[in-house]
Design a protein around this ligand. Structure first.
Ligand code: NAP
Length: 290
């Protein structure tokens, strides 16, 4: 059934809200490529058979989002070291010998920091709020890039301890919540990796009590909807240089596009503008109850 028109997709349940079609659609148009990238909502019972059949339908590969990142990892014939450490993939590429899996979130985060504030993690001290899947990918990437120490604080402390135990002794878990003054002492980089503030929803206690910060401290948010979050507002007020969550989303997508379509692409103002307009559309549709 492959008609020679290359396809890629994001598979998830749901998938319609994903911004990946906007990102890859922008690059396809910018590169004048005759190919398509589409969102596909796949039910649990159909995932394995769709995954196996996809190359014969013309798919070069997929992005995989919740709840399929782990199952996709299991279905790949080869995976990168970082995907094996995460036991999860967000990028699948098909070749003649089968499906190959990678995890691009961690490198997307580092690329975003480098582009926005020229931050390199080697020998740096890092404080992370949160201990979910995104924090896990980021901690892995920071350690690989030579971070000196990483301390994790999480609402559910056992989860921070379990995450720290997966890594070497540069990573430790903090015992108090919400994280206050001493948690942030000496940090070169503070990362907000909880869902607190996502889509304007703030449930329960604020996860941080930020002390005044030196202007060379970088505070990075993972949330991109909304783009301006309570964490970014507080960090800017405390004196830090801030990085929003959109850069990570854009930078994790670039290696995916290259893997499927063989073209290097730029994360530039045009792409950022296109995605911000899509975010605005989504926000106003939600406001209208769509
Ligand atoms: P996850 O695995 O579900 O983890 C959620 C984290 O948020 C856990 O640490 C959880 O703590 C914490 N949390 C949830 N509600 C909270 C609250 N009311 N107060 C304090 N902490 C709370 O999610 P994830 O995949 O790691 O994603 C985390 C964030 O990163 C999300 O906002 C997501 O949109 C964002 N993200 C962004 C990108 C990007 O490209 N920019 C990529 C991936 C993820 P407990 O363990 O106590 O429940």
């Amino acid at each position: 059934m492959d008609n020679g028109h290359p396809l890629a997709a994001v598979l998830g349940l749901p998938a319609a809200h994903s911004l990946s079609p906007v990102i890859h659609g922008h690059w396809l148009a910018a590169c004048d490529l005759s190919a398509s990238y589409i969102p596909i909502e796949v039910q649990n019972a159909d995932f394995d058979s769709f995954f196996q059949m996809a190359p014969r339908l013309g798919f070069r590969g997929f992005n995989v989002t919740a709840p399929y990142k782990q199952r996709a990892f299991e279905l790949c014939v080869t995976t990168t070291d970082r995907a094996r450490r995460a036991q999860s993939v967000n990028l699948v590429v098909f070749s003649a010998d089968g499906a190959h899996g990678d995890s691009t979130d961690g490198r997307g985060f580092l690329a975003s920091l480098a582009a926005a504030v020229d931050f390199e993690p080697a020998d740096k001290r890092i404080a992370v709020l949160g201990a979910g899947g995104a924090a896990r990918a980021i901690v892995d990437a920071l350690l690989t890039a030579g971070a000196a120490t990483i301390v994790l604080a999480n609402r559910t402390q056992a989860r921070a301890e379990a995450l720290a135990a997966r890594f070497d002794d540069r990573v430790s878990a903090w015992s108090r919540w919400p994280a206050a003054q001493s948690f942030f002492d000496g940090a070169d980089l503070i990362i907000h990796g909880t869902t607190y503030g996502m889509k304007g929803v703030c449930d329960g206690e604020k996860p941080w009590r930020l002390p005044p910060l030196k202007p060379d401290v970088v505070a990075a948010e993972l949330i991109y909807a909304p783009l301006e979050t309570p964490f970014l507002r507080d960090a800017a007020e405390a004196g830090a240089r801030t990085v929003d969550g959109l850069g990570m989303l854009l930078h994790q997508a670039a290696p995916c596009f290259t893997a499927w379509f063989g073209v290097d692409v730029a994360v530039d103002a045009g792409l950022r503008g296109a995605v911000m307009r899509a975010l605005d559309r989504q926000a106003s549709e939600q406001g209208r109850g769509v």
